[in-house]
Write a protein that binds this ligand. Structure first.
Ligand code: PLP
Length: 432
């Protein structure tokens, strides 16, 4: 196994990092990328489960671009679809056949018989879904949960304030209090709290938005009955339930969390996997809701790049491969093995730990009790996780640099890849 340290061998990455710090705020274009210490490795390319740095180091990739690469890097079917589309041209400002094909494919699994609007990111998808819910209901407030992330726009950059139980306070400068005040924050996995909020604001709540399995506070599964309770509460108060399947869609199986947990959204947001690694987002719902969107209705949405042909082609090829079922069995076997290895190694080390896993997403928390709520995740030993990330990186395994992200596996994480990961995990814990 190649053992390298950042300091010794990442010369090219170091040089690029110093240039990057002069041209990008914080050196990066999305904050989590700066969490790789002492600086991020710069990528030359990827293939299957591997990612190659400009310094010639190979890593087994368990970040997978934070979720989209369910087939791993450079899957031949996706590459072929991209090449074919690129040969024909890649942006026209007028519709293409492939957007209809991808829409019909997605609608086989989400809101069958419904409609879809393609946008360019998960952020745009949740922003549009919330506007749509407000347009449909004529109401102002939304309910979100602590620990759930829905993108980088004002309505959802909100967490519970300490002064008031559930009044939202902005988590970013630049989000006006008046905007954050329209977002009520409930506790994840606590349906009673949602009901209390809805009783109080009953006539003015447009939507509840939830990550069905949290992938942005580590991995936290829903408690038994939590999602179904949200469905019932939403119906009782005439509120729309937005299930944000931007991570879970096509990851927990073709039908995502809704299929897995037997729950139905009024509006589903998708992203990541449905673009096969190209920028994408989507809003999906029944026709009566979707027809509020422009130009059919009066809730505005538009985009120069909406339904970008390259993203459509990559997404369609990806889902066609996923339909064989094989990537799911490979990815879930790998995730189970990695989870088991983390548990064994942590237990041998004698540290407190919990591993949460749902299908091909998992995370380890250095924490005694169960991690059922995002508050539990916050209490875990983040320094120790950071050390684990660093040691694994030196051993050629790339896991999320932040405790609050997920470890993902893909259809390319075959047995040999898993075997070398297990050895690295054992060695990394010895060095902690
Ligand atoms: C559940 C969830 N929703 C929305 C988003 C935002 O998606 P994007 O980064 O494509 O804007 C993310 C991104 O990680 C996410 O995990």
């Amino acid at each position: 196994m190649m053992v390298v340290t950042a300091e010794e061998t990442w010369h090219k990455s170091a040089a690029l990092w110093s240039e990057a710090q002069r041209v990008f705020p914080g050196g990066v274009n999305s904050p989590v990328r700066a969490a790789v210490k002492p600086y991020p490795f710069y990528v030359e390319g990827g293939d299957g489960a591997y990612i190659y740095s400009v310094d010639g180091v190979r890593f087994i990739d368990y970040v997978l671009a934070y979720g989209p690469l369910m087939l791993g890097h450079r899957h031949p079917r996706v590459l072929e679809a991209l090449k074919k589309q690129a040969e024909r041209g890649w942006l026209f400002g007028t519709p293409t056949e492939v957007e209809v094909r991808l829409a019909k494919k997605i609608l086989q699994y989400y809101h069958r018989g419904g409609m879809i609007r393609f946008v360019n990111s998960g952020t745009e998808a949740t922003m549009t879904a919330i506007r749509l819910a407000r347009g449909v209901t004529g109401r102002r407030f939304i309910v979100k949960f602590n620990g759930c992330y829905h993108g980088a726009h004002d309505n959802v950059l909100v967490a519970a304030g300490s002064a008031a139980a559930h009044y939202g306070t902005p988590t970013s400068l630049g989000v006006p209090g008046e905007v954050a005040g329209l977002t009520l924050v409930a506790r994840y996995n606590d349906a009673d709290m949602v009901e209390k909020i809805l009783k109080e604001y009953s006539n003015d709540v447009a939507a509840i938005i939830v990550e069905p399995v949290i992938g942005n506070a580590g991995v936290i599964p829903p408690r038994d009955g939590f999602l179904k309770a949200l469905r019932e509460i939403a119906d009782k108060y005439g509120v729309l339930l937005i299930i944000d399947e931007i991570i879970t869609g096509f990851r927990l199986g073709l039908g995502g969390a809704q299929e897995r947990y037997g729950v139905r959204a009024d509006i589903t947001t998708l992203g990541k996997i449905i673009g096969g690694g190209l920028p994408i987002g989507a809003v999906v719902a029944e026709r009566e809701i979707m027809e509020y969107l422009t130009p059919a209705g009066k809730v505005f949405n538009a985009g120069t790049f909406n339904a970008h042909p390259l993203a459509m082609a990559a997404g369609l090829a990806t889902i066609e491969v996923l339909e064989t079922g094989e990537p799911y069995s490979v990815a879930e076997y790998a995730a189970a093995k990695v989870a088991e290895a983390l548990e064994d190694a942590a237990s041998r080390k004698g540290v407190d730990y919990v591993v949460n896993r749902v299908a091909s997403m998992l995370q380890i928390f250095f924490h005694k009790g169960p991690v059922e709520y995002p508050e539990d995740a916050m209490k875990s030993n983040k320094m120790l996780y950071q050390r684990l990330h660093e040691e694994l990186l030196k051993l050629g395994v790339f896991i999320a640099p932040s405790q609050l992200e997920a470890i993902f596996t893909s259809g390319a994480h075959h047995k040999e890849v898993v075997e070398s990961t297990l050895n690295a995990i054992e060695e990394a814990f010895k060095r902690l």
